[in-house]
Design a protein around this ligand. Sequence first.
Ligand code: 6R9
Length: 571
Amino acid sequence: MHTEKIPAREGNHNLQDYEKMRKTFSWDDMKKNFSWNETGKVNMAYEAIDRHAENPDTKDKIALHYSSPDREESLTFDDLKKSSNQFANVLKKYNVEKGERIFLFLPRSPEFYAAFLGILKVGAIAGPLFEAFMEQAVRDRLQDSEASMLITTPDLLERVPQDDLPDLKKIVLVGDSKETSDKYIDYDKEMKDASTDFEMEWVDLEDGMVIHYTSGSTGKPKGVYHVHNAMIQHYATAEWVLDLKKDDVYWCTADPGWVTGTSYGIFAPWLYGVTNVVRGGRFSPDAWYGTLDKYNVTVWYTAPTALRKLVSAGSEIPKKHDLSSLRHIMSVGEPLNPEVVSWGLEAFDLRIHDTWWMTETGAQLIVNIPSMEIRSGSMGKPLPGIEASIVDNEGNELPPNQMGNLAIKKGWPSMMRKIWKRPEKFESYFINGWYVSGDSAYKDEDGYFWFQGRLDDVINTSGERVGPFEVESKLIEHEAVAEAGVIGKPDPERGEIIKAFITLNDGYKESDELLEEIRQFIKTGLSAHAAPRELEVKDSIPKTRSGKIMRRLLKSWELGLPTGDTSTLEE
Ligand code: 6R9
């Protein structure tokens, strides 16, 4: 693997001395940043919004810059306090109680955020869904969670199989609709009538707040349950990893159907009181650079899949935009290819900071922070307050440089508290006091963690363990290759052989010579045993809505096996 070392960027970063903080920090220290530390009254929505709306200095500060191809709006903390109060009143009017699961099946929009925060304000549990979900995905999630209410649009309603959802009592419709049954609640009308004052439902730190469904490789998606207490870690990472300053304009590109879009698209930035940018609509390089430019974004959190697309789109487009406000970039969701890190240094003159975490972990755990040296291709080091290690299948720690299960010592503030209705599933994550992530990785002598693959994805070829990520990263360094997905294909002689699926950059045509050249490129640049024996050009690589390459799907296709749960597949 590459070992390019990129020195820390100079500057007045929030966390200057990582090593010292690791030694001295305790999670209790973070609690003083919250009003409940003194009042005893807890609610995430209060800490994220109302607290800033009640402060004369921040009341009229922009909390949300929303833009989509057909709509633009900027809302202050006071605006958001009021609209979420109104929605909370609507929920109360229809007798929603603390602990009920209320789902959102809505495009990213100001209504989404008002409703989401309103749900928290009544002490209910929010379940955000991807707007692109089809009927089966919606059914699975609403059934499993026994959701009592759904907020959606008349268009999306078609994909809600109401006959199969006996617990679903009410549906709030955002937008004009002809529905007349009293099962439906008209969002605009109710909001107009609702008071902008609301008596917050104070909850316990351990009360439920959000459920995110996440797909495994087999079986139905599981409901990962998070509690208000997570705010302690959202705040800590806002400070150390997002490196937020009060005047920042922050943009997290993730959809709130994905945990990144709530933990880091809602909680972290607003707990810290910064201006948050939300973009609706589809990805295009022009639109994305345009958003950075238009709002003078200073801190940007995105994902490797988007960054790779920007790399492929070339260096002319960014030149049309003024990106000089940008000072800090982060990535999550997939391994960050060294190639992309190098490009970031050129395109933005900035380091791209990889961060590792999962739906189940609720917040960042292994991170690169501004004052730390980056080892290109490594996901960084554990956050202060987090103990991470590589363990074997019995939960014994392994020495440096040995590949094993990436594991975290149980018990951090944002850790999931349960898997909805599946206690045995929850328990199965923990071995010998460690939360075992299902990722394989190793740790180097200096404490940097290096991702190898999902455990199911690691390839064993002629006795060598090969992480698909390493091969994919090398493949995209080749000028012809845009994206790559690498799998192990059963082989009688070698156990598995490496098969790579690639897409080509514009201007390149598939030919035997080109494929051979790419193979040689891996052979000489990485290693002979890592060179794909089979190389197939595709029009696209299947990915989840959070941008993860679906290697298991590539494998099922290749082997003609059932594809399992594909509800999160991007069309
Ligand atoms: C936040 C999020 C979790 C899985 C995780 C791992 C992969 C996330 C990564 C990364 C390499 C990183 N992943 N960040 N792999 N480097 N920096 O992504 O949650 O959707 O639950 O996915 O994503 O495989 O186990 P989630």
